[in-house]
Write a protein that binds this ligand. Structure first.
Ligand SMILES: *[C@@H]1O[C@H](CO)[C@@H](O)[C@H](O)[C@H]1NC(C)=O
Length: 290
């Protein structure tokens, strides 16, 4: 299994290089609108799923690219709903994506302002749960030997331990979450809650609890903030360079000063003809000068 996982990672990296050029336009757009036609959730992202499924005698890892032509399921998605999970009842907004040309393949994304998810209640929202339904039976060539025709993957919520996704994908209400770089998160990495599943987002801009049809100001994820952090580094280096330049110019200038001027300021700082004759070892005269 280790080898096949390594191989699939290698192939994915390879595919990544080939794809980079075409990525700019390559993302899905998913919208949930309220009864007035105003969007409450908009997600733009290129999404990959990393799923493990049970075969007749072992397990198999697969990478599934969510077709960018996929659409939000308007019948199930909702601007006001309650998610009951792990003994909690959570006010939420729900986006369901039906994978295009992949019958029975579903991803559910749930957002909340509930303060149990380390959001400042009412001020911030977070993506708190991601569930995936994989219909392996729909494509037996791509997913051979699946023991179960469909497999559910879900993010188990632990109120005492914020998930990777919950701790990463959040923003102030009114703001969008912006993260163009690749981010991979666990949906489930614990055997206790079923087979493993991970999700990777690329070129992400998303917002929930929206009240207009355009994205609010961007909250940039930490990874993509590093490019703006270059500015202080450049300014700092320029200042350091100026200091060195000033010093060099001063030292050059100094060598052109007549000896008397230098001795006036600091007689010890210059190898004058006296020291060459050995007078510099005269400790008494050094002391006298001070
Ligand atoms: C995800 O799946 C869990 C377990 O089946 C369920 O309790 C929860 O309500 C689901 N959440 C969403 C957002 O669909």
């Amino acid at each position: 299994m280790g080898i096949s996982r390594n191989l699939s990672i290698f192939l994915l990296v390879l595919a990544g290089f080939v794809q980079t050029a075409s990525d700019a336009a390559n993302k899905g757009i998913y919208k949930v609108v309220d009864s007035n036609g105003v969007p409450c959730i908009v997600v733009q992202a290129d999404i990959y799923l990393y799923l493990t499924y049970t075969t007749s005698d072992s397990e198999k890892d697969v990478v599934v690219h969510v077709p960018t032509s996929s659409k939000a399921d308007t019948a199930v998605s909702s601007c006001h709903t309650t998610i009951n999970t792990a003994g909690m009842s959570i006010d939420a907004q729900l986006l369901r994506i039906n994978l295009d040309h992949m019958e029975g393949w579903i991803i559910d994304f749930a957002f909340t302002k509930d303060s149990r998810f380390k959001t400042e209640n009412g001020k911030e929202y977070a993506m708190f749960q991601v569930n995936v339904t994989a219909n392996y039976a729909s494509d037996k060539k791509t997913f051979p030997d699946a023991k179960y025709p469909t497999q559910n993957y879900y993010l188990h919520l632990d109120p005492n331990d914020l998930s990777d996704i919950g701790g990463s994908i959040f923003a102030d209400v009114g703001n969008s979450y912006y993260c163009p770089s690749e981010q991979k998160y666990a949906i489930n990495d614990n055997d206790k809650y079923g087979p493993m599943a991970y999700i990777k987002f690329k070129l992400t801009t998303l917002q929930a609890y929206m009240s207009s049809s355009t994205f609010g100001p961007k909250t940039t994820c930490p990874t993509d903030q590093s490019s703006t952090d270059l500015l202080p580094i450049i300014v700092g280096s320029a200042l350091a360079g100026l200091i060195v330049l000033t010093l060099v110019v001063y030292l050059i200038y100094r060598t052109f000063l007549p000896e008397e001027v230098l001795n006036l300021v600091n007689p010890d700082s210059h190898f004058d003809s006296d020291s060459a004759e050995g007078h510099s070892n005269d400790n008494e005269s050094v002391l006298e000068r001070f």
